[in-house]
Design a protein around this ligand. Structure first.
Ligand code: F6P
Length: 360
């Protein structure tokens, strides 16, 4: 077992409700085990800029359990290994600088909390010799090897509440309302919020949709006297044979930005049905605010397990939720892959059996 005296912690990628709960759990459990925790700001930038790190004590994390965002800050910069990094302290090769600073700061290990991008970067540093443990974070729920990530439940709860609100106004005006939710290339948020909110149509990336089929479903509803409809569309959905809706193309190691699926879908459905149609994009509202009790609990468990793995010297692993347990899985099995919704998932099947259209 390694002797761990000083542990660095960082949060990377898009934020998710529950990040602060993980930080709090790591700081409290590690401190109680006699380990000093160093908070690294803005992801791996905390290992680039000497001024971007600070000691975190239990007093520093008091009261953050219920806060969204992250007290350490985060960046979603894309691939940091591509270009040299220019700082007031000089121009550095990113990877070399991180390795050098890890040594100079006398850190013994890192806890890296992030989604697919941050976990992939962390894995690179692990292979270069930094002992670290990953904690999966994303509202998208698309990280392989873990049944759930904190942030997802909060995002789904928010989206469900929004769908509930849209129901009443859609019904009052007898409109079609198309709601766009996040999730990148996975339909977890759309499927869960769509079914929890009683949507009539749910469009997910895993099932390219046919607008004629969606129109058929909406017409049938009208014929049955419903005269309004709620369509939930995942940002990563696309029509059969069509393209993804993109806000910004990928560039310089940055991933492409998705967006516009609801507008596209709403405009087309208005033409095809002749009905008044509106679209709403929930966007970053899904990432903000107070984490649900479920997310706080999962995040706390992840934090505690991460410290347990660090103390046991189980590096190069990610904490994964395998109910009822948390287990370590090798980062190498996680990175570069996406957990999409299986087409035989029982929730999807049940929604179909209940008459929800997936546009196929
Ligand atoms: O991965 C989380 C996520 O919120 C996605 O659902 C979304 O596509 C993306 O991040 C948005 O990223 P940004 O905050 O960079 O706009």
């Amino acid at each position: 077992m390694p002797t761990i005296k000083k542990l660095g912690i960082l949060t990377g990628g898009g934020d998710a409700p529950g990040l602060n709960a993980v930080i709090r759990a790591v700081v409290k459990t590690a401190t109680n085990a006699g380990v000093t925790v160093i908070g690294l700001e803005d992801s791996f930038d905390g290992l680039i800029y000497p001024e971007k790190s600070r000691v975190l004590t239990p007093a520093d994390v008091t009261g953050i359990l219920r806060l969204g965002g992250t007290i350490l800050g985060t960046v979603n910069r894309g691939d940091p290994f591509v270009e040299p990094i220019v700082t007031p302290h000089g121009t550095f090769n990113y990877a070399e600088r991180v390795m050098q600073m890890f040594g100079e700061m006398k850190l013994d290990a890192l806890v890296c909390i992030g989604g697919d991008g941050t976990l992939a970067i962390s894995y690179e540093f692990y292979k270069r010799g930094i002992p670290l443990v990953g904690v999966p974070k994303t509202i998208d729920n698309d990280i392989v090897g873990t049944t759930s990530c904190f942030g997802f439940d909060t995002a789904v709860s928010f989206a469900t509440d929004a769908i509930d609100r849209l129901h009443t106004t859609a019904e009052a005006h007898r409109r079609i309302i198309v709601v766009e939710v996040m999730g990148r290339y996975a339909g977890w948020i759309a499927l869960h919020a769509g079914t929890a909110g009683g949507a009539d149509v749910i469009l997910i990336p895993e099932i390219p949709y046919d607008l004629e089929k969606v129109t058929e479903c909406l017409r049938e509803r009208d014929q049955r006297g419903a005269r309004f409809s709620i369509v939930v569309v995942a940002e990563g959905s696309k029509p059969k044979g069509g393209e993804l809706s993109i806000l910004e193309q990928a560039h310089d190691g940055y991933a492409e930005r998705l967006g516009g699926a609801a507008k596209f879908c709403g405009d087309e459905l208005a033409k095809l049905t002749g009905k008044e149609t509106r679209h709403v994009v929930l966007g970053h509202l899904q990432r903000g605010g107070v984490p649900t009790a479920f997310d706080r609990t999962l995040a706390t468990r992840f934090g505690g397990k991460a410290v347990e793995l660090v103390l046991a010297g189980q590096f190069g692993k990610m904490v994964a939720n395998h109910p009822p347990d948390l287990v370590p899985i090798p980062l190498g099995e996680v990175v570069g892959r996406t957990k999409t919704v299986p087409l035989d998932y029982d929730l999807l099947q049940t929604a179909r059996m209940m008459g929800v259209s997936f546009g196929d």
